[in-house]
Design a protein around this ligand. Structure first.
Ligand code: CA
Length: 173
């Protein structure tokens, strides 16, 4: 066999080994939690509040809505990220939602792992309603409460604003 052909064969074999190793590592490092479901307060007429979530009240009109969708970023068939988007959000619009997260691993998950990534920090005030000391035990579900408000001066144009919620912990299930 010519050295060049042998070299190519060895490289192909090494590449195949590398790919198998990568696939195995991905399976072994599957996430140990998943996002199952959600509920939200705005199911029709809008809610509003003042700054710092004071004076929450419902309007008699329906302008804005909140869309909650999920992503499976590591492709393991389990949703790991929720994307929350307010459409036609106007200053003072308020909504409260809960995401149900299930621990599918074998160790407790700390609520301090929950991450909220605000994609429009100039237009969204967000707060999580759970204590970071809480935990989700293996096999159990827990609702994560989150509320948010569209900030800005009254009369400012309606906009589309988003944030993402995920857990900062991916480890063997
Ligand atoms: Ca609405």
């Amino acid at each position: 066999m010519k050295p060049k052909i042998l070299f190519i064969l060895v490289m192909v074999a090494l590449l195949a080994l590398g790919l198998t190793g990568a696939a195995w590592a991905a399976a072994a490092n599957g996430q140990n939690w998943m996002i199952c479901s959600n509920m939200q307060q705005d199911t029709g007429n809008d809610w509003v509040c003042d700054e710092n979530f004071e004076n929450i009240q419902q309007l008699a009109t329906n302008t804005a809505q909140t869309i909650i969708s999920y992503q499976d970023n590591n492709g393991d068939g389990k949703n790991d990220t929720a994307i929350v988007t307010v459409e036609k959000g106007f200053p003072s619009y308020y909504n409260s939602l809960s995401l149900t997260v299930k621990n599918i691993g074998n160790i407790p998950i700390s609520m301090s792992e929950v991450v909220i990534e605000n994609l429009n920090p100039e237009n969204l005030e967000i707060r999580i309603l759970e204590s970071p000391q809480g935990t989700i035990n293996p096999g159990k579900r827990k609702s994560i409460g989150i509320e948010f408000r569209v900030s800005g001066a009254p009369g400012e144009a309606n906009g589309s604003y988003s944030f993402m919620v995920y857990l900062n912990q991916i480890m063997p299930g």
